[in-house]
Design a protein around this ligand. Structure first.
Ligand code: CTP
Ligand code: MN
Ligand code: MN
Ligand code: MN
Length: 371
């Protein structure tokens, strides 16, 4: 049986930033399984295993066809013995025994459930699991557990937030944010970023970058936006983080480090004819809105391109951009800047295209960054 894909003449790069990955995934059966393994490795703080499966997942997402046998994997980067063993299982039996085992694991199930709450991270979830809790009811019944503001909102709007948003709902929200921002700074620039900029149909939130043509005028903008949203009666939760940005600081080494721009994490009421309200909820009959997660970040215009590149994602694309910069170009890249360690200079850029050019990379469009 011949099952080798008509393979591309060029060898696929080990870096996601040198591959074009649309939202069309021909290998979902494998990547869904890997995503369970990644999460399990994350819960167990097994960084190496986590990274190996994330890279393999990303390579499979970039393929132009479905893998039908192990021979199809010949010559592909980032696919080691561990990942191949899981794929072999799936090719033979339609599922992986390792994945099935994890899915039925008591600890995995509890951590998965708890971390699905906005504001609950791995450590908190682990704490609740060790107290013997397996359900939300058990956690909420323990009066010795004090939830922070974010977690309270997370439980209060759990079903709504879990549902996420579709493209049409994200567009309605874009209009609301744009209108609100423009009443404060008429020429402010509002740019949709994150998964929706990559062309995804669904998202767990909507991400926007706000900036102003006049350098520095974005300062204080988010505070005003929050006030206006409150006045409109649609602000359900906000976590406003002030800027800790320093123009002289070199790019960070660490990927997971938060960037230093002023930003806010919001939960808003989305009211629209388009919005589907969860009718299973008791209060659904009385409401014409759904709670949705929105992120706003406000870099100065001088750093807009770096912020846009950083916030467009995907996370794996970002990870590999930085890894490529460091290992292949001796440069440091983060959401703020690009630093050339050889020339000891920061390379400025007005557009994403310029950043790719500085890195000696072919430009990859946002919808090709779904790595
Ligand atoms: N990001 C970041 N700093 C943060 C939060 C997010 O740099 N504090 C970046 C992430 O690297 C990611 C992008 O912003 O690439 C969007 O993050 P997120 O909304 O979590 O993911 P999406 O890709 O938009 O996916 P989803 O549809 O689930 O929202
Ligand atoms: Mn997002
Ligand atoms: Mn996400
Ligand atoms: Mn986000």
């Amino acid at each position: 049986e011949v099952c080798v894909e008509p393979s591309s003449p060029q060898r696929l790069s080990q870096y996601a930033c040198q591959r074009r990955t649309t939202t069309i995934n021909h290998n979902k059966i494998f990547t869904d399984a890997f995503e369970v393994l990644i999460e399990h490795a994350e819960f167990n703080e097994n960084e190496g295993r986590c990274l190996a499966f994330m890279r393999a997942t990303s390579v499979l997402k970039s393929l132009s066809g479905a893998v039908r046998c192990l021979w199809d994997l010949e010559g592909l980067p980032c696919l080691g013995d561990q990942t191949k063993a899981v794929m072999e299982d799936i090719l033979e039996c339609g599922k992986s025994s390792k994945v099935q085992e994890i899915l039925s694991d008591d600890k995995y199930q509890a951590l998965k459930l708890f971390t699905s709450v906005f504001g609950v991270g791995r450590k908190t979830a682990e704490k609740w699991y060790r107290k013997g809790y397996r359900t939300f009811e058990e956690v909420l019944a323990d009066s010795s557990i004090s939830l922070n503001k974010m977690q309270k909102a997370g439980f209060l709007y759990y079903n709504d937030i879990l549902k996420g948003l579709n493209r049409a709902e994200a567009d309605v929200l874009s209009q609301i944010i744009e209108k609100t921002v423009h009443t404060i700074v008429p020429d402010a620039i509002v740019t949709l970023t994150g998964g929706f900029r990559r062309g995804k149909e669904y998202g767990h939130d909507v991400d926007f970058i706000l900036t102003t043509p006049e350098q520095g005028k974005q300062e204080g903008l988010l505070g005003c936006v929050i006030n206006k949203l409150r006045y409109q009666g649609i602000l359900l939760y906000h976590d406003h983080q002030q800027s800790t940005f320093d123009f002289k600081k070199l790019p960070s080494w660490k990927f997971e480090a938060m960037d230093h721009y002023e930003k806010c994490f919001l939960v808003l009421k989305l009211k629209s004819d388009l919005v589907e309200v969860d009718t299973r909820r008791d209060d659904a009959a009385e409401r014409d809105w759904r709670a949705v997660r929105v992120d706003l970040v406000a870099p100065p215009i001088s750093h807009f391109a770096f912020a846009l590149l950083g916030w467009t994602g995907s996370r794996q694309f970002e990870r590999d951009l930085r890894r490529f910069a460091r290992h292949e170009r001796k440069m440091l890249l983060d959401n703020h800047a690009l630093y050339d360690k050889t020339k000891k200079v920061c390379l400025s850029a007005k557009t994403e295209e310029e950043i790719f050019a500085h890195l000696g990379l072919e430009y990859i469009a946002p919808w090709e960054r779904n790595a």
